[in-house]
Design a protein. Structure first.
Ligand SMILES: *Cc1c(COP(=O)(O)O)cnc(C)c1O
Length: 402
């Protein structure tokens, strides 16, 4: 029996995964231009504008607004739609906290619905069932870059007059039925936080094809000021969500590599799926035919401790990390987080009450049993994929005393 790295045995991983965030001379060149031109904010420079244009074009929409981060992008989208007290917004029960907490920030009510046990994306039927006369918007999340069933979700939303905000924080350049994610909804948001598949450390974007929504969002994102304003004209109530020129310079370079990296992750994810097929107790996130381009922000899989002699998921993750494989446990069901449980919304008016009508059984199973590897593990080579599978098998054999 080989000794586990957690017990001071030799690590499975023989070489490091590719470093993330990745950058090269291109980022330095573009950031250098911001310094030499001397314009550090978007109102004076051209980097944010250039980035917005190319990011909108990538997603087949007319407009993009670069913002401070993905959370703010959701807040901005909700503010643009005028969502507030008494309004309900439907969100998947398992996602990063911002999808739900932004709704509370808008003083509205998040309504959690169940997700698909295979794709981990919002179930269209669960969305439709949760609609009430107060429902104003839905925020489907393309989990780990796997598309939600957007044709169905948009059809239901249209029938009921509900706005769609796509949370594409994991899905830069992803597709559903060969159409760009982010181009289905009334608006879509992206994150460029440090771990995301394109990053400037902290950043976000809102995209839309609707000129009216764009104009309104643009004003709100810059404390209500129109472009070029020199007279402190504040046309609407807004906040300051503006992206700075340095972030945009970095993102221009990051976007240039996105397509190649998406392709690489796709190929490696397929390879890893096949390598894990023979390991009992490990079941990767599935793929639906309509998810024509999966960006693989995370490599997610169910972990069944029954096949690992009862080893807890948390210990399994620690064992993997010791073997040199970075790993995390799934996002929780949002209503299981401390502030949700305490209904402690810091003075915000949004209320939360989980209706018994909205069954969250898939979400609970996923939140309790899923493990994920960060996307840069999929930027490596065949050997990296083989070593991931070997590490999992080694842990399984060791805990089963094989
Ligand atoms: C990362 C993330 C966000 C928030 O983005 P930040 O830039 O970190 O604020 C929103 N939704 C999802 C699904 C995310 O993973």
């Amino acid at each position: 029996m080989t000794k586990l790295a957690i017990s001071n045995g030799e690590k499975t991983k023989t070489k490091a995964f590719p470093k993330w965030p990745y950058s090269n001379e291109r980022e330095l060149e573009l950031v250098g231009e911001v310094f030499s031109e001397g314009n550090w904010w978007r109102m004076a420079g051209d980097k944010v504008k250039t980035f917005e244009k190319s990011f909108a074009a990538l997603h087949d929409v007319k407009y993009c607004i670069g913002v401070t981060n993905g959370t703010h992008a959701i807040e901005l989208a909700l503010a643009t739609l005028g969502i507030g007290p008494g309004d309900e917004v439907i969100v998947p029960a398992v996602t990063f906290i911002s999808t739900g907490s932004s709704v509370i920030y808008a003083n509205a009510t998040p309504v959690l619905v169940d997700i698909d046990p295979e794709t981990f994306c919002m179930l269209p039927e669960a969305f439709e069932k949760a609609i009430t006369p107060n429902t104003k918007a839905v925020i489907p999340v393309h989990m780990a870059g796997h598309a939600c069933d957007m044709e169905k979700i948009c059809a239901i939303a249209k029938k009921h007059g509900i706005k769609v905000i796509e949370d594409a924080a994991h899905a830069h350049g992803g597709q559903c039925s060969n159409k760009m994610l982010g181009s289905y909804g009334d608006m879509a948001i992206f994150s460029f936080q440090n771990g995301k598949i394109m990053t400037c450390g902290e950043g976000g974007a809102l995209i839309t094809d609707n000129e009216e929504l764009y104009q309104r969002a643009y004003l709100i994102h810059g404390v209500g000021r129109p472009d070029g304003d020199r007279i402190y004209e504040h046309k609407v109530l807004g906040s300051n969500y503006r992206m700075n020129e340095f972030s945009a310079a970095i993102l221009i370079a990051q976007q240039e590599r996105l397509e190649d990296m998406n392709k690489k992750r796709h190929e490696n994810a397929l390879l890893l799926d096949s390598l894990l097929q023979d390991i009992e107790g490990i079941t990767p996130q599935g793929r639906k035919d309509y998810a024509t381009l999966i960006t693989h922000y995370m490599y997610m899989f169910y972990y069944d401790s029954n096949y690992f002699n009862g080893l807890s998921r948390k210990d399994f993750v620690d064992y993997l990390i010791a073997e040199g494989i970075p790993a995390f446990i799934s996002f929780p069901v949002l209503s299981e987080t401390t502030f949700f449980k305490n209904n402690d919304f810091n003075g915000h008016l949004g209320k939360f009450e989980q209706s018994a009508l909205n069954d969250l059984s898939n979400s609970k199973i996923i939140a309790e049993n899923v493990v994920w590897l960060p996307h840069y593990t999929l930027l490596g080579d065949n050997q990296d994929m083989t070593e991931i599978a070997q590490a999992i098998k080694k842990i399984q054999d060791a805990v089963n005393n094989k």
